[in-house]
Design a protein. Structure first.
Lengths: 693, 303
């Protein structure tokens, strides 16, 4: 069988960056080839050189970047010798690029139609009406609802998912030979991401383009890529066909990356995740021998001597590891490198309730017009939330962005005071704003924030940041606080030498560890974690989740873990609350929530999660549109406009009842649980292959 | 293959020697960036020379600034009098050197008072927010809407020209500008997570303002202060020129220019040198504050 000839070939590519600190060899000796209708995935942590490689290969580099060696051919044409003018011609007509941020890819002051037509006029030589016709055709191909109307809109009038579809349409306008997609769904919600990923998977067959898909998310890779290259510190460590790479990795780095991602597992026993010690080296501080050596669990003396070349270890499978034959199967590795964190709970014994919210509401007034005196509209960010957090347990809160999950946490801690309902701690009513709470109460609830860069005061040393709650809330003396702070640093696995460092000297993951240490310093009973790992690399996410679990077991602290990432939430949580538009849709023990019957919204979220396992078949349930504004909460069931299982008038007009399921499980839906179970029985979301040890 | 790896390793190890493993501390980083900006560096050096003259002026001046010598009246620059002599035969060079202190004291204290009060207003107004913030900011807008020299003249002609009064006038003029800068920083910082973390652990408002927010507003505040200082030099000199500044016979640059106007035709140096000195100080201070901005706030305000 003759394989189709590669459209895009990169051979022995070297890319240098010249900065004020000297010359960095950002990409070294990278080769890859992508064929027609094929999509090649580049995965790696941030700083691994994925984007530099892709942009450098088409010679779209910043002025201080330079391709120093190698060859890049697009349909047989060598790109490296082309002049600036020829390159620009080629970029516009033969190469399409889709970036992470659709909003910055489009000019905010030009309507979509005109903007997209520009491409057709410039590169396809069409006249105005032909170009607009082409735009309509392209928008239809990217499954845009009502393309004519969309063309008349400005970018800010469209949602992120729709914008990204416009950008994809723009990139495909000229039927390019190569389409580069650089984290195109990272900024989108899971539900929207699923829709865009479906689209890309379809387009792959429809268009002749070769796709180079860059992402850090192994789950996303499984949805659309045929072959995958794993990058690390500027080199490709392993390259193989998708299924082979996930099922039989031949490089320890790939193996570890796979182990960092939590697997869907609805049993209450939890295992830790695989961690990769250390951090990705800077390209100017590469170690001797194998560049992954210092972080590798299979490292030998011989690995430190020479750098192993990328060599063929099986058919179409390349690995840059000397010991590729010793790399175990992912399942075996998982068992060997992780440990059970928590055993199964004794059935029937429920721990005491720590925090309870009953009908909690956070309503804001929107700004009122000064002159026309319009009545202020009510923003119902949190609209009657009931939930319970038990002592020593984790309540996961999931939902799309705009669902009000962060506001719930902020109402509990008092940063955004609740405007209605009751929030109690140990049965005692909590004063609403933080400022009104006595110190003893403040001490019980601490928070870990989303953005590691902003959660530490840039002018305050790590030590000082941890000491402050110790002296203020813990009542410790200066020296005692200092000693305790050092213990806390060790507890979050940071060296004591970090005590005097300033935040800017720390990596994102390290900053988040300090923030966790600071939250634990007050010895609270509850820590609210507001997307604490979302902005971090997978390997760092894994180690932070391990840390959170370890500390919970040691100190029996309760968590509220907020995330849009259902895999992370199910991994950490004992119970899960699914929130939509300020209201809980389903709440219950993790096992109950993750197994049918689901609330239709939970079902849709679960179908949308990109699982890092190419064998799992997920339901093709997709939600249209995005979360409505909290100013216009739909009548009846607030989920009805997007609900795939909407019953009709009853959902539109009447507020649904709470339906109690087995154990601790409640669903807010008009459809009875037995009926939901029947409807949802046909497909299972969860992979059940390697459960337990 | 191995050869290229070895060569690469060598290149890297050579490279590593130049970059210290420990990341430089903030001030070292500022200094490194400053060294790369010649204009800012030159501005800062000239400014430092003036600062030196302001402190040690009377001791380094070659001759007594008050000594009158009729023989050298309106003499052209010479070795004995590098900038020439004025209508009383006083050494212009020495008078400029000794006059430096006055301008630094008045401008400096004026700026300092403006920075202190402006910071306090900006911090409080920005943090409290709401209606009171609106009222305070509109009041400051009223102050800002007057041309600064005109406002200074009106104020000084009511309270009378004295060094202390000029200090207060400078302060009143610049308080709104400082307050605005600080307020914008507070608005940016007060919803940052580290400030919320402080609220969650029950910190007092004053602690949050002075320990969490203020230290992070220092770089832009310092830039603003140095800019205000360069403006205040100009203002003090203008007031001196108009006769509302330092009273004779104290040496004052503005006054010197005013007195020299009459002799412009016959002895242009009596006017030229003080004027050039003012220009030099203002330009160098501006260069320095521009430099500070680039060094401390690369990318416009992010640390």
């Amino acid at each position: 069988m003759e394989a189709p000839r590669p459209v895009f070939e990169v051979e022995g590519l070297y890319i240098d960056y010249t900065t004020e600190l000297g010359v960095f060899h950002a990409v070294r000796n990278v080769s890859l080839a992508v064929r027609e209708h094929e999509s090649f995935g580049l995965v790696g942590e941030s700083g691994s050189g994925k984007s530099t490689l892709a942009m450098g290969a088409i010679r779209y580099l910043a002025s201080n970047g330079k391709v120093t060696e190698g060859s890049v051919r697009l349909s047989g044409v060598e790109l490296l010798g082309l002049s600036g003018k020829e390159l620009r011609e080629l970029w516009g007509s033969r190469i399409g690029v889709v970036d992470q941020s659709p909003l910055s890819a489009l000019n905010p002051s030009i309507v979509i139609g005109k903007q997209l037509a520009e491409v057709a006029r410039q590169h396809l030589g069409m006249d105005r009406s032909a170009a607009l016709g082409r735009v309509t055709e392209m928008l239809t191909k990217v499954a845009m609802p009502d393309p004519e109307a969309v063309m008349k809109r400005y970018p800010h009038q469209l949602s992120g998912g729709m914008l990204q579809r416009c950008v994809i349409a723009m990139a495909l306008m000229t039927d390019p030979s190569l389409l580069i997609m650089d984290e195109p769904t990272t900024a989108l919600d899971v539900t929207t991401q699923a829709v865009v990923l479906d689209l890309v998977a379809d387009l792959k067959h429809e268009f002749d383009s070769a796709i180079l898909y860059i992402t850090h998310d192994l789950g996303v890779i499984t949805k659309i890529c045929d072959r995958v290259g794993v990058m690390y510190a500027g080199e490709i460590m392993e390259q193989a066909e998708l299924h082979e790479l996930f099922k039989r990795p031949r490089h320890p780095y790939t193996l570890d990356l796979l182990g960092c991602v939590p697997h869907f597992d609805p049993t209450p026993q939890k295992r830790s995740l695989v961690t990769i010690p250390g951090a990705i080296p800077r390209v100017d501080e590469l170690p001797h021998g194998c560049i992954f050596g210092p972080r590798c669990s299979f490292v030998e003396e011989a690995c430190k001597v020479a750098r192993p070349p990328l060599a063929e270890v099986a058919a179409a499978h390349l690995s840059a590891c000397r010991r590729w034959q010793d790399v175990p199967l992912p399942a075996d590795h998982l068992r060997a490198a992780t440990e059970a964190v928590r055993g199964a709970e004794v059935e029937g014994v429920r721990p005491e309730v720590l925090v309870k919210a009953e009908g909690a509401e956070v309503h804001f007034k929107s700004a009122r017009g000064l002159i026309r005196g319009r009545t202020a509209r009510l923003i119902r960010a949190v609209d009657g939330v009931d939930l319970e957090v038990c002592v020593g347990q984790t309540l996961g809160v999931v939902g799309e962005s705009g669902s009000g999950k962060t506001t719930v946490a902020r109402a509990i801690v008092g940063l955004t005071p609740a405007t209605g309902g009751k929030i109690t701690l140990h049965g005692k009513l909590l004063p609403r704003p933080t400022g009104k709470r006595p110190r003893a109460t403040l001490r019980e609830i601490q928070m870990v924030f989303q953005n590691p860069d902003a959660s530490l005061n840039p002018t305050r040393s790590v030590g000082a940041a941890i000491i402050r709650p110790l002296t203020l809330l813990g009542g410790l003396g200066r020296q005692a606080a200092k000693d305790r702070a050092k213990e806390l640093l060790e507890a979050v696995s940071l060296p004591v030498s970090y005590f005097d460092r300033l935040p800017h000297e720390l990596s994102g993951g390290e900053k988040q560890r300090v923030a966790i240490a600071r939250a634990f310093a007050a010895e609270p009973e509850l820590i609210l974690c507001d997307e604490p790992i979302s902005s971090l690399d997978v390997s760092v996410q894994g180690s932070l989740m391990n840390l959170l679990m370890k500390l919970q077991v040691e100190k029996s602290t309760s968590y509220v873990f907020i995330s849009h990432d259902l895999s992370a939430v199910q991994h950490l949580s004992d119970a899960i609350a699914v929130v939509y538009l300020g209201h809980v849709m389903e709440i219950g023990d993790t096992v109950r929530v993750l197994t049918p019957p689901f609330h239709p919204y939970t079902e849709a979220l679960l179908s949308a999660v990109p699982l890092a396992d190419p064998d799992v078949k997920q339901k093709p349930i997709r939600l249209g549109g995005s979360v409505p504004s909290a100013m216009d909460v739909p009548s009846g069931c607030r989920f009805h406009p997007r609900c795939p299982r909407c019953l009709g008038d009853i959902c539109r007009e009447q507020e649904p009842p709470w339906r109690d399921g087995e154990g601790e499980h409640r669903v807010y839906c008009h459809i009875p649980l037995s009926e939901l179970a029947r409807l949802q029985a046909e497909t299972l979301v969860l992979a059940g292959e390697e459960r337990g040890a | 293959m191995t050869d290229s790896i070895v060569a690469e390793e060598e290149a890297l190890s050579g490279f590593r020697a130049q970059t210290p493993m420990d990341r430089p501390k903030t001030w070292r980083l500022y200094w490194r960036r400053l060294k790369k900006r010649p204009a800012a560096l030159v501005g800062s050096i000239i400014f430092c020379v003036f600062l030196f003259l302001a402190v040690f002026g009377p001791w380094v001046a070659p001759s007594d600034y008050q000594a009158q010598n009729v023989k050298v009246r309106l003499d052209a620059p010479s070795l004995a009098h590098p900038f020439g002599a004025d209508q009383f035969g006083r050494d212009i060079f020495s008078r400029i050197i000794v006059g430096t202190r006055n301008i630094f004291l008045i401008g400096g204290f004026g700026t300092l008072v403006a920075v202190i009060i402006g910071t306090a207003i900006g911090l409080a107004s920005g943090y409290v927010g709401g209606a009171s913030d609106e009222v305070v900011m509109r009041l400051l807008d009223v102050l800002l809407s007057f041309p600064s020299l005109l406002l200074a003249l009106v104020l000084l002609s009511t309270v009378g020209p004295s060094n202390l009064n000029i200090v207060f006038v400078v302060a009143i003029l610049y308080i709104p500008m400082v307050a605005r800068v600080v307020r914008s920083m507070v608005l940016d910082l007060k919803n940052k997570e580290f400030v919320e973390a402080a609220r969650v652990r029950g910190e007092r408002r004053s602690y949050i303002l002075f320990r969490e927010i203020l230290p992070n507003s220092l770089p832009p505040l310092l830039v603003e202060a140095s800019m205000r200082f360069s403006y205040s030099i100009f203002l003090v000199a203008s007031l001196g020129f108009l006769g509302l500044g330092v009273q004779p016979p104290s040496p004052d640059w503005g006054l010197q220019i005013n007195e020299a106007r009459t002799f412009l035709q016959i002895a242009p140096w009596t006017l030229l040198f003080p004027a050039c000195t003012i220009a030099l100080l203002v330009v160098s201070t501006n260069l320095m504050s521009d430099g500070l901005r680039q060094v401390m706030l690369p990318g416009g305000g992010r640390n």
